[in-house]
Design a binder for this molecule. Structure first.
Ligand code: C2E
Ligand code: MG
Ligand code: MG
Length: 313
């Protein structure tokens, strides 16, 4: 508001911008006014953004890797790369820096970096004599607004020499439904390269079921919110339906955030193909993952107790 918040257009725009970010952070579709308290939080935000940008250049961003376990063999069949920010002596988690990265579009650079990093790392494992493994990377919606995603994937594959079918890109339903035409073009180009596409946290966003059939999506990931609720008959019904839908679409299913033996055995008994979660391993640095994979770490997924027999399909 002139003149309370500033005398010139530049200052007023900057402060209006800060208020807009606050409105977005509060769940969008809202209005907020600039305040003095906001000014200091804006300074902190700018500092965080600059520092993140520097870290991306300096190699302070790393990927941790979480194994994905085949329910039949109990062996590692894939791995998800998850971004971590080594900021001084503190390890920052995606929840702490991705929101800023998304607001400032830095997320596009981060995801491009992550694709390269995952392919490079995977190649290093192979060169060290480990069997080829599928690696997945999370792709934020903003990457579909540029035409760079396909080029990035192509150059990462070329530079690393990694086979395209070993790369899996995780996108959310919300991303897919944002700009259907544009996403369509990008998805087709990615599929043509031979990379796999997974739908992250399937069932928690809004997607059209008819749209699902249009692409050969390779994986439906069952998010932790469903995995936690397998003891609840209504939620369990939805999870079973997702697994069956995936089967019809010839997609693999991966359950995420598996924390207990009960969840693992229920999911395995109900036909979920792969399991991922802290029960097996937390996301770990590349070297630690390599050790686990090299000694062919295997888990036993026990069938559910007799009282749960009703869940066997
Ligand atoms: P996501 O892709 O759904 O990844 C799964 C998240 O669940 C990861 O959180 C993982 O550490 C966590 N998790 C795995 N097993 C368990 C478990 O048993 N219990 C619990 N409570 N959590 C578990 P993380 O690493 O904090 O990442 C959070 C989200 O940030 C990811 O969710 C993904 O959407 C996003 N993300 C991470 N790295 C990147 C990246 O490089 N690019 C983009 N665009 N997004 C990323
Ligand atoms: Mg993911
Ligand atoms: Mg997920």
């Amino acid at each position: 508001l002139f003149p309370d918040d500033g005398y010139d257009a530049g200052t007023l725009m900057m402060r209006a911008d800060a208020a807009m970010y606050l409105a977005k952070r509060n769940g969008r579709n809202a209005s907020r006014f600039y305040t003095r308290e906001l000014a200091s939080s804006v300074d902190a935000r700018i500092e965080l953004e600059n520092s993140l940008r520097r870290s991306l250049r300096n190699g302070d961003l790393i990927l941790h890797y979480q194994p994905q376990i085949d329910r039949r063999t109990g062996r590692i069949v894939g791995v998800e790369g998850l971004a971590r920010w080594q900021r001084g002596d503190r390890m920052m988690m995606p929840g702490e820096f991705l929101p800023i990265a998304e607001e400032t579009n830095l997320i596009v650079d981060i995801d491009q970096w992550a694709i390269h990093a995952a392919c490079r790392q995977n190649r290093i494992w192979q060169q060290a004599g480990l069997p080829p493994i599928r690696v997945s990377v999370n792709i934020a919606a903003a990457n579909f607004d540029t035409d760079q995603l396909v080029d990035t994937v192509m150059s990462a594959l070329e530079e690393s020499g990694m086979a395209a079918e070993l790369l899996e890109l995780e996108v959310t339903e919300t991303t897919l439904m944002r700009d259907v035409q544009r996403t369509d073009r990008t998805l087709r180009a990615l599929k043509a390269l031979g990379v796999r596409i997974a739908i992250d946290d399937f069932g928690t966003g809004f997607s059209s079921l008819s749209y699902l059939g249009n692409y050969g999506f390779n994986v439906l990931e069952i998010g932790q919110s469903f995995v936690r609720e397998v003891a609840d008959p209504n939620q369990a019904g939805i999870t079973r339906a997702i697994i069956s839908l995936a089967g019809q679409l010839q997609c693999r299913t991966i359950a995420e955030g598996v924390e207990t033996h009960e969840q693992a055995s229920w999911l395995a008994a109900n036909g979920c193909d792969e399991l991922q979660g802290n029960l097996f391993s937390k996301p770990v640095p590349a070297s630690e993952f390599a050790r686990m994979y090299a000694r062919n770490r295997t888990w036993t997924i026990a069938p559910p107790p007799a009282t749960n027999q009703v869940h066997w399909s």
